[in-house]
Design a protein around this ligand. Structure first.
Ligand SMILES: Cc1cc2nc3c(=O)[nH]c(=O)nc-3n(C[C@H](O)[C@H](O)[C@H](O)COP(=O)(O)O)c2cc1C
Length: 161
């Protein structure tokens, strides 16, 4: 697939096959993700892989779709509110890079923010120095949802003088 096909065919996957995925591949995609743009090279992202006990504890509404690999992505807030916003933007780019790298090799991902509660932050021992960007599940897709159509970009564009 070329880059446009990868971008346009990725879907938020809610059901995964039980087949394991190679952790070294996950690390390869996370490594690729670190090439995300990030202002002042703050590299604000950190990853928490969730084992079965932790998953059980945080009691995710969707049960992670039975994904073989689940991790939480957190973003360092930094020194100012501006830096915090920049870091959240950079970490979102990081997540998208990961998802596209995985999808290029047939691995689907699910980005969820449902599990981000104070209770779960406490269980995961996430300090106030971090924003939680999402819980990312990865695995071979059991079902690939139909595309959700997008508003034409021409409707979102303004030409300013
Ligand atoms: C910050 C963020 C949080 C999200 N949280 C959830 C979530 O909690 N539950 C969910 O089903 N999808 C969640 N999604 C996925 C979106 O719902 C999904 O990307 C959107 O419906 C478009 O579908 P597509 O990615 O398959 O094109 C989230 C996406 C983002 C960027």
């Amino acid at each position: 697939m070329n880059i446009l096909d990868i971008i346009k065919t990725r879907r938020n996957i809610k059901k995964f096959k039980k087949d394991p995925i190679d952790k070294s591949k996950v690390m390869e995609w996370l490594d690729a993700a670190t090439w995300a743009p990030n202002h002042k090279m703050t590299e604000p992202w950190e990853i928490l892989f969730l084992g079965p006990e932790t998953r059980e504890q945080i009691n995710h509404k969707t049960n992670f779709g039975d994904a073989p690999v689940v991790f939480v992505v957190i973003s360092k807030k930094g020194k100012t509110e501006v830096e915090r916003e920049e870091n959240i933007a950079a970490t979102a780019c990081f997540v998208q890079n990961y998802m596209l790298a995985a999808w290029a090799e047939g691995i689907g991902t699910f980005w969820s923010s449902v599990a981000i509660s104070q209770r779960n932050r406490d269980i995961l021992n996430i300090s106030d120095e971090y924003d939680v960007i999402g819980v990312i599940s990865s695995g071979f897709p059991e079902e690939i949802p139909e595309p959700k159509p997008r508003v034409a970009i021409t409707e979102k564009v303004k030409e300013l003088n």
